[in-house]
Write a protein of this length. Sequence first.
Length: 176
Amino acid sequence: MQNSSRQTRNIIIITASALLFIGALVIALIPGKKIAPVGIPSYAASSGRDNNSTADQAFDEKPETAWIPAKKQDPRYEWIQINYSAPQLVTGIRMINGYGSDKAKYRYGAKVRTARILLSDYASYYWTLGEEIPDMQSIHFEKKHEVRWIKLIIHSIYKGLHDPAEEVGIAEIEVF
């Protein structure tokens, strides 16, 4: 009898552990809500075209505004960064590429094709974005990361309808 109750207890413990693991996995894989940062985030960029196209424009929840790097013809290696005053758990990024609120400007203007994402915990991801998607696009990281900053570096662009390519814009960035 004692052996059978021990086996039953072990089966219950293993089953409960498996269910907790599966629940945590499901929660980790569901696209998350935009995080509510601890403290006040700050934003930085390699450059901005003018005072109306600074890094904070990409984080203001207004698709009609955008961060626009100063380099028009070849914006490779231009970057934008969000800094947190306390560590944040993040699982991915969503972004509206180009001029997201204006479909004509979206088709006309250049957009990010590939970007490198650097995280303060030394993780790095490459992201290829779609060209004809004027809505949010997402990248989900392989795992949750505890970070103090996230940097997105432009590696290549889609030219849009203008030749040579006009300025690149990023209308919105959300971290989840």
